[in-house]
Ligand binder design. Sequence first.
Ligand code: NDP
Ligand code: 8X3
Length: 252
Amino acid sequence: MSQIVMVTGATSGIGEATARLFARNGYDLILTGRRHMRLDRLQAEFESLGVKVWTLCFDIRYRDSTEESLRKLPTEWQEIDILVNNAGLASGLNPLHEGDWEDWDKMLDTNVRGLLCVSRIVTQGMVARQRGHVINVGSVAGRFTYPNGAVYSATKHAVNAITQGMRIDLVKHGIKVSQVSPGLVETEFSEVRFHGDKERAKKVYEWLEPLKGEDIAEAIYWMATRPAHVNINDLWIMPTAQASPAYTSRNT
Ligand code: NDP
Ligand code: 8X3
C-alpha cells in the first residue's frame, strides 16, 4: 500500500518541488495552499502519473478553517504517514522599531500558529497508529538572526524549538520528527517578502547561484526514506556562495 504524504504550501517553491518528487516516486499526496487553481493544476499533473491526490484549499492562519479542512478528510485520506510542514513566509524586511503590525501577524500566524495547528491535528492520528514522520521546514534564520529580519527569524527559531519539543513528545510513540533548514532558495519567497515587488526580489538572487526548490525537496525526500531506525534531526543547507544568512559571496 502506498504511503500518504501531506505537504502544506504545495502551490509553489519548496512545497511544490517536494510534492512533485514524492508524486514521481508513487506516494499519494494531500496538497494544501490558498491558490486553488494551482492546486487543481498539480492534482491533474500528478494524477496523470497514476498517483492519488487530495487537495485542501485553506488559509493556515485561521485555526477554524484549518481544523475544519483537516477533520473533513475522507476516511481513506486520514492516515497520513508523512507530514511536511512547509507553508510559510517572510513579510517585510524592516528594523524592529519600524516593523509593520500586519507583516508581523502574517509571519507569526502562518509560520508558528499555522504549523502548530496542523501538527496538533495530524500527529493525533500518528500517535493513535504509533507511526509517522513530521518534517518541518525551518530556516538558517532559525539559528542566526540578520539585519531587519528579527521577526521572521523569531518565527523560525520557534519552528526549531517546536521541532525539538515535538521530537521529545513523540519519541515514545515511534514517530520521527525532522527539520530542514535552508538558506537562500529562489522561489516566490522574496516576492512575497517584498509585497509583490519583483524587481527587488530578483536582486536577492543576483550574482550568485541560489538553491532551487528541488534541492530542498531532495533533502526532504532523503530524510523521509531513511531506514525505520534512523531519524535525521536537522539538515542545514545553503548555496555554496552563502556562509550565513547575512554573508554571501557575489560575482559582481
Ligand atoms: P513560496 O512563497 O514559493 O511558497 C510558500 C508556500 O506557502 C506557498 O505554497 C503558499 O501557498 C504557502 N502559504 C503561505 N502562506 C500561507 C497561508 N496563510 N495559508 C496557506 N498556505 C500558505 O516560498 P518557499 O517555497 O521558499 O517557502 C516554503 C517554506 O520554506 C517557508 O516556510 C519558508 O519560510 C521556508 N524557507 C524558504 C527559504 C527561501 O530562501 N526561499 C529559505 C529557508 C526557509 P498559497 O500562497 O497558495 O497559500
Ligand atoms: C529564508 C532564508 O536567509 O533569506 O528562510 O531569511 S533567509
